[in-house]
Design a protein around this ligand. Structure first.
Ligand SMILES: [Zn+2]
Length: 379
């Protein structure tokens, strides 16, 4: 069944098209052609009302949504809830993110993601394991009593997901370059975060295959005059990605602007670090037995430590345009094309013939109108 999406302003990831239809069949985009010259065999036409059709957004760091926290219940049901909650805000692909926990919970999380991918739960692309192999010196809101050193059993566990992709956030100074290389060879994307690694240690890890930085600036060594730190190594390197949380709380907009100017184009990506509050009526929740309160959109513990965010991907794009001053096309790519490339998802993150039909229709206010994941519209 071929469906033609007509009368939209189409952003392919590279350019805007007008008077062009996007034709989808099954899970794929099979044609992009002039509206007045549709291919034969179209079964249905959908009028997009002149709104913007853009690549679906991909979130590589999302802890929860719709009232559910992945750590609390690492199940397929939680992934369905999270996916449905974030889909309303433009996310069509995500890596459910487990923060530091017991290895039994990590095992359950991997099993849940495997089942979700097999069952084609909309949006689930793999898993992001943020810990527990982190440095207590930069623990943030993580429970340091869960932290561990990577051993053979941990390596086996972290490389055990064979459906979908695995992203891990580790403190690279607490393991060896050889271990990082082994992860990369096993197909795992290795990110640094919650780390006290200095500039040299970070460079060593990059040489070993480290390819990403989790929430750049937060929970890592800063850029200073005589010690460039992890932030300096991340911005200097031309072959790695940096996730940023553009919620107005985690990083100052000017700092983000500097990062955007410094980092190689295509390597700064938007993430939410979202918590259960996104898409939920109750904005407060429990984390590690502690009440997290949401005040004016900011999530923090009683002592003031930031505890993830109440951010969604479309709000992140909007903030990137309006707070940071980055042009719309680039902000969209930072939320779609670039994370797809980072994770090796070469059929996602753009509207092109042959690509997976994961797309969203948004209005001028960055509000979602409709969304397609693998060619299927939300019900
Ligand atoms: Zn974190």
């Amino acid at each position: 069944m071929a469906i033609a999406l007509v009368n939209g302003r189409v952003f392919t990831g590279e350019q805007w098209l007008v008077d062009q239809a996007v034709v989808i069949e099954g899970e794929k985009i099979i044609s992009i052609c002039p509206t007045n010259n549709l291919p034969a065999g179209i079964n249905q036409k959908i009028d997009l009302g002149g709104q913007r059709l853009i690549p679906g957004l991909i979130d590589t760091q999302v802890n929860g949504g719709g009232g559910a926290l992945f750590n609390d219940a690492p199940t397929v049901e939680t992934l369905r809830t999270m996916g449905a909650a974030h889909r309303k805000f433009g996310t069509t692909g995500f890596y459910p993110t487990l923060i530091s926990d017991d290895l039994s919970v990590v095992t359950a999380a991997i099993a849940a993601v495997k089942s979700a991918v097999e069952q084609k739960v909309p949006g689930v692309l793999g898993v992001h394991l943020e810990g527990p192999f982190l440095n207590p010196e930069r623990k943030g809101v993580h429970d340091a009593s869960k932290f561990k050193i990577i051993d053979e059993a941990a390596f086996e566990l972290l490389t055990s997901l064979n459906e979908g992709k695995t992203l891990i956030t580790i403190a690279p100074e607490l393991t060896t370059p050889k271990m990082i290389s082994r992860f990369v060879k096993a197909g795992v994307v290795v990110a640094a975060g919650h780390s006290a690694a200095n500039y040299e240690q970070t460079k060593t890890a990059l040489a070993a295959g480290l390819s990403s930085f989790t929430h750049l600036f937060n929970a890592m060594t800063p850029l200073t005059s005589r010690e460039p730190g992890m932030v300096g190594a991340a911005l200097e390197n031309t072959n790695s990605w940096c996730g940023i949380i553009v919620d107005g709380f985690h990083v100052h907009p000017s700092t983000l602007k500097i990062a955007h100017q410094a980092k190689t184009k295509g390597q700064l990506i938007l993430v939410t670090d979202a918590m259960p509050s996104v898409g939920a009526d109750d904005k407060n929740f429990m984390l590690n037995g502690e009440l997290i309160r949401c005040e004016d959109g900011k999530l923090s513990t009683a002592s003031g430590t930031l505890a993830g965010s109440d951010l969604d991907m479309l709000a992140a794009v909007k903030n990137t345009v309006e707070l940071v001053g980055i042009e719309l096309d680039e902000a969209i790519r930072m939320a779609s094309t670039y994370p797809a490339v980072m994770m090796g998802e070469m059929q996602l993150g753009a509207i092109k013939v042959g690509y997976t039909a994961s797309m969203i229709l948004i209005d001028e206010n960055f509000t979602l109108i409709r969304s397609w994941i693998n060619g299927s519209e939300a019900h």
